[in-house]
Design a protein around this ligand. Structure first.
Ligand code: PMV
Length: 315
């Protein structure tokens, strides 16, 4: 039996940052994202006779070390559903690292989807979201399109994503600004752990997210793009304040990240719609409108020669 599934990546407007249960990937807070229309993962799962899994990424066989996380995940899935089959997994990522998006969200959502199909588990989307979450927290949200909220929950069964508006008609486009620099990466898992453990502001983050989720949902309902932009940027900066205030302090920002934040502020002063959001890396995603997008793109490219920009819509 062999089946394929596709999932698109998402960008969090209200970030997930911190686990209250590491094994189950249960977050301390809800989070809220926008699924994109451009970057996706296609994954095929085939049941094989081996007693270990074989993993191909972009047509290359992954060695034991590189495939460890996926093989551990497949052990979890076997455990959940009580079967012993092993798989050949063929994953093709259409999430170019050069576009500045993480592939773990689309990757684990597609893998969960492919196993559901191949093993005919008949999971509904809530159960699929739970299964994807066990691979990577943000993957729980890639099971739906448009605006999606991940409900933190208290245990495996109660932590899953719900759609807010799967096909929103709203004037928002994302400009990804990619800093062409290979920086030393602190994984999101380690970054979250250090923030939860040692940032004196972590309890405030939990309170802040609760109120920002409420506010942004009202703004989404009213299609108030300015409010959505303001809340998203404030939430992202607050998340990065948790890294700076950890002990020892760390940051995902590169000098260019700060430069782009300043350029976004300058654009707003000129009356051009632009709000920044940043994940666990140095690249900046700018929320734009149809009208502001070309202006924002031209300005950023003029001011900074060493960056690449990529446009993505809502998917
Ligand atoms: O799903 P993970 O473990 O890759 O963590 C994602 C963390 C952020 O991208 C920074 C925020 C989010 O909600 O997607």
């Amino acid at each position: 039996m062999t089946k394929t599934a596709r999932a698109y990546t998402n960008i969090a407007l209200i970030k997930y940052w911190g686990k209250k249960n590491k094994q189950l990937k249960l977050p301390f807070t809800n989070s809220l994202s926008l699924t994109l229309n451009l970057f996706y993962t296609d994954t095929r799962a085939t049941v094989i006779g081996n007693n270990s899994d074989v993993i191909y990424l972009n047509e290359k066989l992954l060695d034991d070390k590189k495939s460890q996380r996926i093989r551990n995940y497949l052990d979890t899935v076997r455990d959940f559903y009580g079967f012993s089959d092993h798989f050949q997994i063929d994953t093709v990522n259409h999430v170019p690292t050069s576009a500045g998006f993480a592939s773990s969200a689309s990757g684990f959502a597609a893998l969960a989807g492919a196993i559901n199909e191949t093993k005919q588990l008949n999971l509904d989307r809530k159960q699929l979201s739970i299964l994807a979450r066990n691979g990577s927290g943000s993957a729980s949200r890639s099971v739906y399109g448009g605006f999606v909220e991940w409900i933190a929950g208290e245990d495996n069964e109660s932590s899953f994503a719900v759609p807010i508006d799967e096909t929103p008609t709203i004037d928002l486009t994302l400009l990804s600004v990619v800093i062409n620099k290979q920086s030393k990466k602190i994984s999101s898992t380690v970054g979250m752990e250090n923030s939860v453990k040692s940032s004196p502001f972590y309890p405030n983050w939990v309170t802040l997210v609760a109120s920002e989720i409420k506010e942004i949902k009202q703004a989404i309902a009213k299609k108030d793009v300015q409010k959505i932009g303001e809340i998203s940027e404030h939430n992202a900066m607050s998340m990065h304040a948790l890294t700076l205030s950890a002990n020892p302090s760390f940051t995902y920002f590169e000098p260019e990240t700060i430069q782009i934040i300043h350029l976004v502020q300058e654009l707003r002063q000129k009356g051009i719609f632009a709000y920044a959001t940043i994940d666990a890396g140095p690249n900046v995603k700018i929320l734009c409108t149809k009208d502001s997008l070309p202006k924002v793109q031209t300005y950023i490219e003029q001011q900074l020669s060493n960056v690449t920009t990529v446009i993505a819509g809502i998917g």
